[in-house]
Design a protein around this ligand. Sequence first.
Ligand SMILES: NC(=O)c1ccc[n+]([C@@H]2O[C@H](COP(=O)([O-])OP(=O)(O)OC[C@H]3O[C@@H](n4cnc5c(N)ncnc54)[C@H](O)[C@@H]3O)[C@@H](O)[C@H]2O)c1
Length: 492
Amino acid sequence: MSSPIITPSTSRRDFIRTAAGASVLAGIQLPYVHAAGSDQMKAVLIGCGGRGTGAADNALKTKTKYPIKLVAMADVQENRLKSSFETLTAKHPDVMSVSEDNKFIGFDAYQKAMDQLSPGDVAICATPLAFRWVHFKYAIEKGINIFMEKPVCADGPTAKRLLALNEEAKKKNLKVAIGLMCRHCRRRQELFDRIQNGELGDILMGRAYRMSGPIGTCFTLPRDKEKDKSELIWQIQHFHSFLWASGGAFSDFLIHNIDEMCWMKNDWPVEAQAISGRTNRGDFIDQNMDSYSVEYTFKDGTKAYMEGRNVAGCRMDHSTTVHGTKGMAVVSAAGHMPSLAMITKNHVPVRIAKPRARKIKDPKTGKMIDGPIEQPVLPPSVKWAAQQPEPNPYDLEWEDLIDAIRNNKPYNELERGVMASVATSMGRMASHTGQIITFDQMLNCTHEFAPGADKFTMDGPAPLIADASGKYPIPQPGIIKETEYEVQAAKS
Ligand SMILES: NC(=O)c1ccc[n+]([C@@H]2O[C@H](COP(=O)([O-])OP(=O)(O)OC[C@H]3O[C@@H](n4cnc5c(N)ncnc54)[C@H](O)[C@@H]3O)[C@@H](O)[C@H]2O)c1
């Protein structure tokens, strides 16, 4: 199986982008695949953690238009599956149809869950990224549509593997969704259209920030071997700390903002240079830096800057902005939703408060209740601002996917998900090595972080092994330059 040749420069020539940003093969008629013969589409959840439970909730909410039921769940941790099941059952008692026999635990649980589906049904894959290609491969074999969380890969070999697998998915006309939900935000889509229509002039620069205190599992203390017997499961529990599992804090947290800048530029960067560092490693044993600053370059020479930080007590920011010859566009003002997207005539930032509902008196009860959402008051420098309230993009990505499955609309976001993941990885690798990394270097880098992820077992070893002092290899910019950390000899 060979992967298609895909680079920042060829991608746009070869693929058409829909308004939602999905890319589809131009002009090819493919067989009709959907949950034929059944009004109620079946879904399974693989990876029943925070996001998996959220994604299943979003999926099950679409039931009013297109009924969908959850029939199986899979995880490597029983407690996570149990609490996810309880949460989803409380929210959606009518469409939760997961019997005790259909709750599967283990690294092969995904197969058992997908075996409960028929061609045209959908699998929700929300494990850490190391297992995306494994789950994608089986879904394709079974003719199952798939929703995969972001990022989809952290290294070159898995990026190419996903692209090659996707050729099979396209032949089967499977619908493939990637959890970069902001691409489905209607207000950001309107912003993209306005930018394509020239309202911002030529884009010269992007700026994005994802700066917070320590979040998720980005910093990790040594494993307590008595309590956490399996090193593999413990690393999965702390997946933000290990590059093999997540691409680290960089890939897992920054990809949305990097993708937003590339989306608005309507291109992917050709190279990245970066600086990174860690103020206080202390006893933490994870592989992350705490501060990242990346300069991406597009083929026309323009730039996009990504600043990431996980340090307590510092300024916090979670935003994406692009600057053009005619002004500035906010893509995300403060987090994923609402976008508070806007276009201004100059480059002076405009701060708009998150929209609130006006309090009104309920005529029946006399109590104060939420009334309509107030539109923000805008200064004259604002040319356009997103209408409020904004629909939830996590819901919209599911409305779009289920609609595509039911109505056989072209829907394959895989290439775009890989491009975003590789662009993110090249910024990370530039940070971790202290070198300029091109898109092609990242895609062709042969270091696979978690080889054999399809063969992991519950009592098997982890792909990264601690040294005698309990420490794992960490990036050493300027010292280790070909890979992001010292690669350990494979265990036989
Ligand atoms: N789109 C978004 O805004 C968004 C937000 C949060 C998380 N995410 C993504 O979702 C993914 C999961 O993040 P999370 O915060 O839910 O993590 P989590 O730790 O809460 O959940 C992950 C679950 O996957 C399970 N798991 C791990 N490996 C497995 C395997 N091989 N087979 C079956 N189950 C397995 C874990 O046991 C855990 O229950 C990550 O890729 C993350 O980047 C996306």
